[in-house]
Ligand binder design. Structure first.
Ligand SMILES: [Zn+2]
Length: 435
């Protein structure tokens, strides 16, 4: 049974910058449903932020830890009380008074969920109930989430002030940070909010996370006010945003570094935005710069003129394509003239001819030849599309033979069939001459 009289102590709430912590295993049982094959481990306290409020969970490790003989549960809790404030980070060893054992038997935390205040760590191996463990969170992942989540608050706070919209759909994972606002935002509005958000970031404002009293809360104007009851954690960015939120945040806005809107689209009458903050924004910039450099190199054009150069190249490509079609059509006429007028069955091999022109050609061939008339359009390497017809007979008979001999895919009527196949021109010509 899960402990019913208590909830998991959320260390990430008090120490969002800690990377390791010590805890006791209260329960360990086999995971169910989507966590089948995993172990559902409950600790008395944790730094692992669970999947909550649209944010994906922290991942990391749990490993057995040695407990000093003098270190009782009471000592543990009194040590926690003396824990320094968020602005004075110390190591977990100083805070919690335990030492980690070597990382033998460590287990991987693959998912973290919260249910009725109890945090479930889904791990790849079990841990003994009553064991003392050291947990280590994937700090890069956590800090990336903190930068992006704090960035989202700034952007949403500014959108709320300027337009009165709510962020009605927030999603933060290792790949995506997206917000759905319940109103339209023009590109110029998005650009302006983005600029203002980056000014708030440069202002290096302190971000406060606290639980105001019920009385203070009642008077407070904050986002997400309607849905919540009980103790509410309020995240305040002075002059920018006040919002109810359960997730860890950076201490100061300057730590976000940069906020960039990557994409905007209309969504359910509102606007869906994709943003990147901090290191994620830097990596995104690096990827895009690398693409632009390659494109610019391929076009032999300065980066700033790449789009203009590409537009010109595409226009050139389009007119070359038209010219090629024209030349191919003339070649088709030439090939038709070259067909033996006394032959009953005839076929032509072309490449890059549009289907209407080919169908007309097959009709003209059928008027002159008594047997099967076909065009194969394509190449040995890419395969052929074909159209076949017969003046007096059933084209489907030959179509069935093509299916049988060349695994062709296609169908049609007695007058005309079409399809595609993969074969060499030589084999097809041999097949046709044997008809
Ligand atoms: Zn939040």
């Amino acid at each position: 049974m899960y402990p019913s009289a208590q909830t998991t102590k959320k260390l990430y709430d008090i120490h969002p910058y800690e990377k390791t912590f010590f805890a006791e295993v209260l329960s360990c049982r086999k995971g169910e449903r989507s966590h089948q094959g995993q172990f559902d481990i409950i600790l008395d306290q944790t730094l692992f932020f669970p999947e909550e409020g649209g944010q994906t969970p922290d991942l990391g490790l749990l490993a057995p830890a040695a407990v000093p003989a003098t270190c009782s549960a009471d000592a543990l809790s009194s040590n926690q009380k003396q824990a320094p404030s968020q602005s004075e980070p110390t190591s977990s060893e100083q805070v919690f008074g335990l030492k980690a054992v070597n990382s033998f038997d460590q287990v991987n935390v693959l998912d973290v969920k919260i249910k009725s205040g109890i945090i479930h760590h889904f791990c790849d191996s079990p841990l003994a109930v009553g064991a003392h463990i050291q947990g280590t969170i994937d700090w890069e992942r956590r800090y990336d989430n903190m930068q992006n989540h704090s960035g989202e608050h700034i952007f949403s706070g500014l959108v709320h002030s300027a337009f009165g919209y709510e962020n009605v759909g927030f999603h933060l994972s290792e790949r995506t940070c997206s917000m759905d606002y319940n109103g339209p935002l023009a590109q110029k509005d998005i650009d302006r909010i983005e600029l203002l958000a980056n000014r708030v970031i440069c202002g290096n404002r302190a971000i406060d996370c606290s639980y105001p009293s019920a009385q203070v809360l009642k008077q407070l104007d904050y986002r997400s006010k309607k849905e919540l009851s009980g103790p509410v954690r309020i995240v305040t960015i002075p002059g920018c945003d006040v919002c109810a939120c359960c997730a860890p945040h950076v201490r100061r806005t300057g730590e976000i570094g940069l906020l960039k809107v990557l994409r905007a689209q209309s969504y359910k009458g509102g606007t869906r935005l994709l943003i990147a903050c901090g290191t994620r924004a830097l990596l995104d910039f690096r990827r895009k710069q690398s693409v632009l450099e390659e494109v610019s190199h391929l076009l032999s054009s300065p980066q700033e003129e790449a789009a203009e150069t590409l537009t010109k190249k595409l226009a050139e490509f389009s007119s070359l394509k038209d010219a090629l079609h024209e030349a191919s059509a003339r070649l088709l006429e030439y090939d038709m003239v070259g067909l033996d007028p006394s032959a009953a069955n005839v076929c032509l091999f072309e490449n890059g001819i549009d289907p209407i022109r080919l169908r007309n050609a097959v009709n003209r061939m059928t008027a002159r030849h008594k047997g099967y008339c076909a065009t194969f359009n394509g190449s040995d390497a890419d395969g052929y599309s074909y159209i076949l017809s017969v003046a007096d007979g059933d084209a489907r008979i030959l179509n069935e033979q093509l299916k049988e001999h060349f695994s062709a895919r296609g169908g049609g009527s007695a007058a005309m069939c079409q399809g595609s196949l993969r074969a060499s021109r030589r084999d097809l010509e041999t097949f046709f001459s044997a008809l």
